[in-house]
Ligand binder design. Structure first.
Ligand SMILES: Cc1ncc(C[n+]2csc(CCOP(=O)(O)OP(=O)(O)O)c2C)c(N)n1
Length: 369
């Protein structure tokens, strides 16, 4: 993947912005202003920003809980992110949720799911839809090392490989699944070795090396877009802070943390840019100023934004919040047969009429206003 000077500086800016947004949010958390937990990804920036950079605008991401760098790379506004974290009404989830479940469908990002591994079958669904519609769109499906020990991870890999789905599974291996170190999680050296069992491309890469991440993930993206089925890429990185801000992570040996701090992806990329005369002290100062201003603007915007109206608390509980809702269990094994409620008339009805023909196609009707 060809990277121009402007691309490299933009990538550096987004990495810095990602780190700064999280640092500022830790302060807001200590001030009791954040709704829910704060899950940072200090150390992941080369992986999240680099991997997202390789995608086209029309591609999808089905993220995990440490992917702020992906959101910012795709163009989710820092204001929207901050509103989400402070649960304000004009956040992507309208203030109904906090940091963990942010999604931004306008930028092709499906909301993340807390249950480890469960987002991967969802990613398969998105990819299958794209394939059936004959789009060249692909899906990036990140997960943590811990998530790779779940059933849905293996089910998703198997299904995707059999169906040749356009997915890049991206493992962000950060050394720990909460307090469990990787040597207690799995017995192989590289998680990408699991690709062999599914007959798909598998590669591991230094997840703290921005250029290597872009090269490796970019190659996988190209292959997947070419219709050769899914790929499994492992980015080896480290979770420098605790699982959340409520976790001191004193189970991590100090020497190990120190070792990874030296490999911090941001100064590492900065050194490269400086050596290549792309980043000068003036440009660096300019970027620092810009990052500071953008973060402060996002915080001010969020703090001035209203919380959601309490009277809407029961809205959006069910996805089909339209004129027709699916209710109860089907009384027939016919997959077209469902019980439904017409909200306009208050009447319940079956989706299959006496003639055996569908009264409506559920996926078309449900949710339509
Ligand atoms: C199925 C399931 N089991 C347990 C949890 C509780 N839990 C939340 S995050 C986490 C560790 C996640 O580790 P990993 O997948 O490596 O991601 P990381 O947080 O290290 O980025 C656990 C055990 C959960 N959310 N879902």
């Amino acid at each position: 993947m060809r990277l121009e000077r402007a691309d490299l500086l933009q990538i550096y800016y987004v990495m810095r912005l990602t780190r700064a947004m999280e640092d500022r949010t830790r302060m807001l958390f200590l001030q009791g202003k954040v709704v829910g937990g704060v899950y940072t990804a200090q150390g992941h920036e080369a992986t999240t920003v680099g991997a997202a950079w390789t995608l086209a605008d029309s591609d999808f991401i089905v993220p995990q809980h440490r992917d702020l760098g992906m959101h910012l790379t795709r163009g989710t506004s820092p204001r929207a992110v901050m509103c989400q974290w402070l649960a304000r009404g004009n956040s992507p989830s309208l203030g109904f949720d906090g940091q963990l479940h942010i999604g931004d469908i306008h930028h092709g990002i499906v909301p993340s799911i807390s249950m480890l591994g469960e987002s991967l079958p969802v990613a398969c669904g998105v990819a299958l839809t794209m394939k059936m519609r004959k789009h060249s769109t692909i899906v990036m499906a990140p997960c943590g090392d811990g998530a790779t020990s779940t059933g849905p991870f293996h089910e998703a890999l198997n299904f995707a490989s059999v169906q040749k789905l356009p997915i890049v599974f991206l493992i962000e291996n950060n050394g720990y699944a909460y307090s469990t170190p990787t040597f207690q999680e799995f017995a192989i050296a590289n998680l990408s070795e699991r690709a062999v069992a599914y007959g798909i491309l598998g590669e591991s890469v230094d997840g703290n090396d921005l250029l290597k991440v872009i090269e490796t993930v970019g190659r996988a993206v190209e292959q997947v877009r070419g219709g050769k089925g899914p790929a499994l890429i492992e980015c080896k990185t480290f979770r420098v802070r605790g699982h959340s801000e409520a976790d001191k992570a004193d189970y991590v040996p100090a020497a190990l943390r120190e070792e990874w701090l030296v490999k911090d992806p941001i100064p590492r990329f900065e050194d490269y840019l400086t050596r290549e005369h792309i980043l000068t002290p003036d440009i660096k100062a300019e970027i620092e100023e810009q990052v500071k201003a953008v973060v402060e603007d996002a915080v001010n915007f969020a703090e001035q934004s209203p919380a959601p109206d309490p009277s809407t608390v029961a809205d959006y509980l069910f996805a089909p919040d339209g004129p027709v809702a699916i209710i109860g269990e089907p009384e027939s094994h016919d997959p077209r047969y469902i019980n439904a409620l017409d909200r306009r008339t208050g009447k319940t009805f079956n989706s299959v009429t006496e003639t055996g023909k569908p009264a409506f196609v559920a996926t078309e009707e449900v949710g339509r206003r």
